[in-house]
Design a protein around this ligand. Structure first.
Ligand SMILES: *Cc1c(COP(=O)(O)O)cnc(C)c1O
Length: 445
């Protein structure tokens, strides 16, 4: 166990820690502690690269959602980050879970998560996904394509009964990048509201006695920082619910508005205000339902990134510094194999030197990974001390979501460990991937 006492602030007030976990404190020599543990000590003890997860920050974020949405079901989107400890934390905070594969589902259920509080998504669920969902008794399956209806009904069998929702594309374009916009017809998810596909699928589901349609689902995109697209979407979804009532005589009790709540990766960036979202979304929902003479359905939301993203910090060791003409490349011991997001979506981060006081002025540098790809850039054009050198430690805040869950085995570098910090203690949640792990899978010699 590692314990570090926080020291009073010793650095300039303009040194912005606003995107760091709320528990972050300053230590002498530009050190930082998260969850009461010195990050440099974690790097020394567990090696680098390493991911630190602030358990208290996850807890606070779950509680903030429950306080903002007291009458809604809040499902944590497991794809943002999943481990068995995370499953336990989510369960103990009273959230449900949203999964999109048999693997995520089985990990959660075998770690003790109640299957009835899990929703399974996926634009292309495999027979194994569906079989696992039915075997484990998942609460809802979200139907995402017409062919899934008969397939699922057959798998459930005549005597069975499975709760399902239908994923609707409400025709709202929103999200931080084209690769994470999922509310319009030009992407692979869901059934269109405007061309009648969603309505057609709903009537077919209602014709299958073993499928219990509990409501409609939409997820318009990710990293949204504006409430308004959700308001447009909720109005359209209520419009469809009213049509289902009018044409099928069925009043659907649930409405799942998905996740996508945006967070700040760098100081000064905007975040989605979940209190404003709650207030305005619920008001819009009530108003639209009143106008359509529908009872207000139970609201479901599915935040992933906003629960775990700001709770994570990635730690890297600088391996080399190269100055070429105009540019300085700071290469670290991780990269696109533990964080593909900059290469995928052009995401920007704010890395910082920790554990060494530098008197050199700030210079512009590009932090790159160690992989054999020129696109292996972690943070382009960031300010770092001009004397940055091999052996230095870099910490990247807001590293909790869609990094390790998207990590790969590229170059056999090995995926980093996950270390939980809380109350001055550090605990290994997931160990580092080793060459033996690769060798164990490589059975073809
Ligand atoms: C990815 C996803 C989420 C979570 O999105 P965040 O941006 O992490 O909040 C929720 N619901 C569905 C269906 C998703 O695909």
């Amino acid at each position: 166990m590692t314990t570090t006492l926080a020291q009073p602030p010793v650095f300039a007030a303009d040194d912005d820690l606003s995107v760091w976990p709320g528990s972050t404190t300053r230590l002498p020599h530009e050190g930082l502690a998260v969850g009461g543990v010195d990050l440099a000590e974690i790097a020394g003890r567990f090696g680098t690269p390493a991911y630190v997860l602030d358990r208290g920050e996850v807890r606070e974020r779950c509680r903030a959602y429950r306080a903002a949405f007291p009458d809604a079901d809040i499902l944590y989107a497991a794809k943002a980050f999943l481990s068995r400890a995370m499953v336990r934390w989510i369960a103990s905070e009273g959230l449900g879970l949203d999964v999109c594969s048999a693997g995520e589902l089985e990990l959660a259920v075998t770690a003790g998560f109640p299957a009835s509080r899990i929703v399974m998504h996926g634009n292309a669920k495999s027979p194994h996904d569906l079989e696992t969902a039915l075997r484990l008794g998942v609460g809802r399956i979200v139907i995402d394509s017409p062919s899934e209806i008969a397939q699922l009904a057959a798998a459930v069998g005549h005597r069975g009964s499975q709760g399902v929702m239908v994923r609707v594309v409400p025709g709202v374009s929103a999200g931080g990048h084209s690769k994470i916009r999922t509310g319009t017809e030009d992407q692979k998810f869901g059934l269109s509201l405007t061309d009648g596909q969603a309505h057609h699928a709903i009537s077919r589901v209602l014709g299958q006695p073993q499928l219990r349609l509990t409501g409609l689902h939409c997820h318009i995109g990710s990293q949204l920082t504006d409430v308004r697209p959700y308001l447009v979407a909720v109005r359209r979804m209520v419009g469809l619910m009213a049509r289902v009532r009018d044409t099928q005589g069925v009043v659907l009790p649930e409405l799942d508005m998905g996740g996508g709540h945006g967070i700040a990766y760098r100081p000064g960036e905007s975040t989605l205000d979940i209190i404003a979202l709650s207030r305005r979304l619920r008001a819009e929902l009530a108003e639209a339902c009143a106008a359509a003479r529908l009872p207000v359905p139970r609201l479901i939301i599915e935040p992933g990134r906003a629960v775990v993203g700001p709770a994570g910090v990635a730690l890297y060791r600088v391996l080399s510094v190269k100055r070429t003409g105009e540019r300085t490349f700071v290469a670290v011991d991780g990269g696109m194999s533990d964080n593909p997001r900059p290469a995928l979506y052009g995401v920007r981060y704010a890395p910082r030197l920790i554990g060494r006081h530098s008197t050199a002025g700030t210079r512009t540098a590009t932090v790159v990974g160690r992989h054999c790809e020129a696109g292996d850039i972690l943070a382009a054009d960031v300010g770092l001390p001009g004397d940055i050198r091999p052996g230095d430690l870099l910490a990247v805040p807001v590293a909790g979501a869609y990094q390790l869950s998207m990590a790969s085995g590229y170059n056999l570098v090995g995926r980093p460990p996950v270390v939980a910090v809380d109350d001055g203690r550090a605990r290994l949640l997931v160990r580092r991937e080793t060459l033996d792990d690769y060798r164990a899978r490589d059975v073809g010699l």
